[in-house]
Design a protein around this ligand. Structure first.
Ligand code: SF4
Ligand code: SF4
Length: 380
C-alpha cells in the first residue's frame, strides 16, 4: 500500500508511485567516460605534436586517429564524398566513422550525443546546474530567456549549419570536394586545430570566455543557440525512432517534468516530445512520480524501451561502427610520418578556403588540375 499516492495536484486521480530508479548517475558516468577518452586522445596528440616540432627527435610518432572526431566539417565532407563515390577518403577516415556513429546514435536515440557523449555538453551541463542552483536560491526559479529573444537566437545555429551545408553540398563541385579532401590544409587540419587552441589569439580567448560567462547566465548558451553540430543532430533526431511519450490518462499534471527539462520543453503539455532541442537526457522520465506515465518508446513497435539500457545502446552503436572502421582497415589515415613532418614545416604557409568566394576559386582551380589548385591553399 505504501506506493499508492493521492496527489495534491489532482485529487480525483490515485496513482502508483514510479518504482524505477533514476539513470542520471549512469548518464554522468557515460559522459565522464567519453570525456576521459577525449583527454586521453589530447595527451597522445600532444606527444605527436612534440614529435613534429622536434623533427621526429622527441615525443611520439603515434597519432591517435580519434582526434579526427574534432574535425566535423572534414568528416562531413568525407561522408558526402563516400555517398558520391562509394569510397572512403583516406585523409581522415576515423573522423568519418565517428560522424557516422554519431548520426546513427541520433537516428536511434535522438539528439542523445549532446547529453551522453559530447564533452562540451557535459561542461555546459555542469555550469548550467551550478547556475540553476544559485538562481533557484535567489529567485526561486530557473532563468530562461524570453521567447522574443529565445526563438531568433535559436535560429543562429541553423544559419551556421545552413552555411556549411551550402558550402559543402551546393557550392563545391565533386572535383573541388575531392580536391579539398586531398589538400595539404585538410591533411594537417588536426595539427592546425591544436595550434588554434595552444596559441590562442586574444580575440578567440575573449570569444570563448564570453561564451562561458553567457552559459552561466543563460543555460546551455553555446549548445542552444550556436552549435551547428547540435543543429544537425537536432534535425536528424526529428526522424528518430525513439521518443519520450506521456500517458495522459495517468499524468497528474504536476509539471515536474517541464520544470526539470534543461531544454525548457513543455513535456507536461505534449503526448510525444518532438523537439529538436530534446537531448534524451531522461531527466523528465526520472523525475516523473507516476509509474508508466513518462516513457521512452520506439515508434516502430510502440513499446517501452527500458531507460537503463539507453547508455548501453549508445555505447554499443558507437563501438559497432568504430569497430567496422578498425576491422575493415579504414581507421588509420594514409599520411606517412615523413609527409606529416614536411607539412608541419610548412604549416604557416598552408591556408584554407574561408568564404564562398574561396570555394569558387577552389572549383576553378580544381578544374585546372591538382598542381594549380594546391597553390590555392598556400598563402601568397
Ligand atoms: S524532454 Fe526530457 S529527455 Fe528531452 S531534454 Fe527535456 S528532460 Fe531531457
Ligand atoms: S508526465 Fe510530467 S506532469 Fe505528468 S505526472 Fe509525470 S512529471 Fe508530472
Amino acid at each position: 500500500m505504501s506506493d499508492i499516492i493521492v496527489p495534491k495536484m489532482s485529487a480525483k486521480k490515485t496513482f502508483i508511485k514510479n518504482p524505477e530508479k533514476p539513470v542520471q548517475k549512469y548518464r554522468f558516468l557515460v559522459q565522464v567516460f567519453f570525456a576521459l577518452i577525449c583527454i586521453w586522445i589530447g595527451i597522445e596528440f600532444y606527444f605527436f605534436i612534440k614529435y613534429l616540432e622536434t623533427g621526429g627527435a622527441a615525443g611520439s610518432s603515434y597519432r591517435p586517429p580519434g582526434v579526427e572526431g574534432f574535425l566535423p566539417i572534414s568528416a562531413l565532407m568525407s561522408v558526402y564524398n563516400f555517398l558520391l563515390t562509394g569510397k572512403i577518403h583516406p585523409a581522415h577516415p576515423a573522423g568519418m566513422f565517428i560522424l557516422v556513429a554519431i548520426f546513427a546514435v541520433s537516428f536511434v536515440f535522438g539528439k542523445s550525443f549532446c547529453s551522453w557523449i559530447c564533452p562540451i555538453g557535459l561542461l555546459s551541463e555542469l555550469v548550467g546546474d551550478f547556475s540553476d542552483k544559485i538562481y533557484k536560491k535567489l529567485f526561486k526559479r530557473r532563468i530562461k530567456l524570453p521567447r522574443i529573444f529565445d526563438y531568433p537566437l535559436r535560429s543562429l545555429k541553423y544559419l551556421l549549419l545552413g552555411f556549411f551545408i551550402y558550402a559543402i553540398f551546393f557550392a563545391m563541385t565533386t572535383t573541388a570536394l575531392q580536391f579539398f579532401l586531398n589538400s595539404p590544409y585538410n591533411k594537417i587540419a588536426d595539427v592546425k586545430m591544436w595550434y588554434f587552441f595552444a596559441d590562442i589569439s586574444r580575440f578567440s580567448l575573449i570569444v570563448i570566455a564570453s561564451l562561458f560567462v553567457l552559459s552561466i547566465f543563460i543555460r546551455n548558451f553555446w549548445c542552444r543557440y550556436l552549435c551547428p553540430y547540435g543543429a544537425l543532430l537536432g534535425l536528424i533526431s526529428l526522424l528518430s525512432a525513439t521518443k519520450i511519450k506521456r500517458e495522459t490518462k495517468c499524468c497528474i499534471d504536476c509539471n515536474l517534468c517541464a520544470k526539470v527539462c534543461p531544454s525548457f520543453i513543455k513535456v507536461d503539455k505534449v503526448v510525444s516530445v518532438r523537439s529538436d532541442e530534446c537531448t534524451m537526457c531522461l531527466s523528465c522520465v526520472d523525475i516523473c512520480p507516476v509509474a508508466n506515465t513518462l516513457n521512452v518508446k520506439t515508434k516502430i513497435v510502440e513499446k517501452k524501451f527500458p531507460k537503463q539500457y539507453i547508455g548501453f545502446g549508445i555505447i554499443g552503436i558507437y563501438i559497432l561502427i568504430i569497430g567496422i572502421g578498425i576491422v575493415s582497415g579504414n581507421w588509420n589515415n594514409n599520411i606517412s610520418k615523413e609527409e606529416y613532418l614536411i607539412l608541419h614545416k610548412n604549416i604557416d604557409s598552408i591556408g584554407h578556403p574561408t568564404s564562398t568566394q574561396d570555394i569558387k576559386k577552389l572549383n576553378r582551380a580544381s578544374e585546372n588540375g591538382a598542381d594549380n589548385g594546391t597553390k590555392q591553399f598556400f598563402k601568397d
